[in-house]
Design a protein around this ligand. Structure first.
Ligand code: FAD
Length: 487
């Protein structure tokens, strides 16, 4: 183990905290503070970590103060944006959580078609503000997910085939580095850092705001899911494979296999029935969208068809209630090269074998602008894959350890079965806490990982930001020798 991995959490004494209070305007929550237990919770209720202090930042100066304080006191650091990462990396044991979740402002420049978004915003905040101007950018498919984590890992969503990944729309970021300096990263300013932020995760500093490119959209779009009975899965997936082969870039689709969720628009007698759904969003004129999805809607005998002209903002929060905060989750994920008959048969065999009606499988379709973007421009590695699949084991907080074990085993066995069909890469943002560092390398591949490690060595040589999908700094031989002597 190297010096950078042996950081200890020191007890935070009153004098030390007073020092932080002097330069910090937000709340500092200690284990004895009211609100501490709520503030340490993440979206995944299975995560139970107890930081020494949660620093709820109100602005960039607070972030600077918190980073400097943590470095001066050699504290473990976790950075919290939306708090949605399934691995729960937004919260650490014993150390300092730099919590930017209160910083959620969005400023739209409608003439320039750009927006500045603060580092704690959720996708619902971005969609709400940008749609007021008839604009949008690629974002996550659940409105309560954090902008920061999604963006820093790459960012996939319904608009990506038309407008690229979230990182393809990132124009600049304001970052507080491990030294506590404020830097602007863009194509012209710290371009190495800007490259690394676009896929390399939270390894390079705390992002206090992002600047995104926006595109005209909606406010009404042709969007929504069509559900078929689980028994039809093989036929639906074979049809879907041919359907998306000719789909225009405007059409983004996400397949969900599991049960029909108990959403208000769905007749009650269908709730919890095993089913496959294809959720669509057409990023263009409603009439063109109607034409583009006609064949899909006409296929077989749908259980229910909710694909209709809808406000984009409403569509983007349509499945929020199917992935509630506080449920317990374990995810397994991989990229897929395509949907062969064999892959489809495997998916159909495993998808409905979970014990919980809340467990499900979600599959994103790539292609379009994602593939066309220049490979060297960003640190996102998985552009050439056809699909990404996430196997989501879910159990409720009051369900026993047996449920946890069963849903976890289901997800792991499903992933194993997919082994021969994997694209050899994974989306870093879907890795869980039991995915080891080899899967972080898998996410990037050797070449991108090495380049990220070099940028990491420049901006965070001590690996202060390591409570994440960690890129180890690639230190020069001189620096490594110095560390060996100073230990
Ligand atoms: C219900 C659900 C739906 C999802 N849908 C999508 C989707 O459609 N598309 C997609 O691409 N991904 C999706 N994801 C995965 C998502 O990309 C990750 O969970 C992501 O980490 C969430 O971002 P967050 O800000 O909420 O993360 P957090 O849990 O707050 O943070 C995760 C990590 O990101 C880093 N981080 C967070 N904030 C900052 C910051 N301000 N500065 C620097 N580093 C920071 C830290 O390293 C932190 O450990 C989804 C996840 C969930 C749970």
């Amino acid at each position: 183990m190297t010096a950078i991995e042996t950081r200890q959490a020191l007890p935070l004494d009153t004098a030390a905290l007073d020092e932080l209070r002097g330069s910090f305007r937000g709340e500092l929550l200690l284990p004895t503070s009211p609100g501490y237990d709520t503030a340490r919770r993440t979206w995944n209720g299975a995560i139970d970590r107890r930081p020494a202090c949660i620093a709820r930042c109100t602005g960039v100066a607070d972030v600077v103060a918190a980073v400097r304080f943590a470095r001066d006191h050699d504290l473990e650091i976790a950075v919290r944006g939306g708090g949605h990462n399934v691995a729960g990396t937004a919260v650490c044991d014993d150390g300092l959580v730099i919590d930017v979740s209160g910083m959620r402002a969005v400023w739209v420049d409608p003439a320039g078609r750009t927006a500045w978004v603060q580092g704690g915003a959720l996708w619902g905040d971005v969609d709400h503000e940008t749609q007021a101007h008839g604009l949008a950018t690629t974002g996550g498919i659940v409105s309560h997910t954090g902008v920061a984590g999604v963006t820093l890992g790459g960012g996939i969503g319904f608009l990506m085939r038309k407008h690229g990944l979230v990182v393809d729309n990132l124009l600049a970021a304001e970052v507080v580095t491990a030294e506590g300096s404020i830097v602007r990263a863009s194509a012209d300013d710290h371009p190495d850092l800007f490259w690394a932020l676009r896929g390399g995760g939270g390894n390079f500093g705390v992002v206090t705001s992002f600047r995104f490119a926006l595109h005209p959209l909606g406010p009404t779009v042709m969007a929504g899911p069509v559900f078929w009975a689980a028994d039809d899965t093989t036929d639906v997936l074979r049809f879907y494979r041919d359907f998306i082969a000719d789909a225009p870039d405007e059409l983004g689709t996400v397949v969900r296999l599991g049960t029909v969720p108990p959403l208000p628009d769905i007749p009650e007698d269908l709730h919890w029935r095993p089913a496959i759904a294809v959720n669509c969003c057409y990023a263009g004129a409603v009439e063109d969208g109607e034409r583009s999805v006609r064949a899909l809607r006409g296929f077989g005998r749908p259980l229910v068809d909710l694909l209709a002209p809808s406000p984009y903002v409403a569509f983007q929060s349509g499945i929020d209630a199917t992935v509630l905060h506080g449920w317990h989750y374990r995810w397994k994920s991989t990229n897929l090269t395509g949907l062969s008959d064999e892959t489809i048969a495997l998916i159909a065999d495993h998808a409905y074998a979970a014990g919980s009606p809340r467990s499900c499988v979600v599959m994103f379709h790539f292609g379009g602008a994602v593939v066309r973007a220049p490979r060297e421009a960003t640190a996102y590695a998985g552009r050439d894959v056809a699909h990404n699949i996430v196997i989501e084991g879910v159990w409720l907080p009051d369900e026993s350890g047996e449920h946890a074990a069963a849903e976890t085993a289901w997800a792991q066995q499903f992933l194993q079965a997919l082994e021969p069909h994997r694209a050899g890469s994974v989306y870093v943002n879907f890795l869980d806490s039991d995915d080891d560092s080899s899967r972080v390398r898998e996410a990037y591949g050797d070449r991108i990982y090495r380049r990220l490690a070099e940028v990491k060595a420049k901006y965070d040589p001590d690996n202060a930001f390591h409570h994440n999908k960690n890129i180890k700094p690639r230190l020069t031989p001189a620096r490594t020798a110095h560390e060996a002597w100073s230990r």
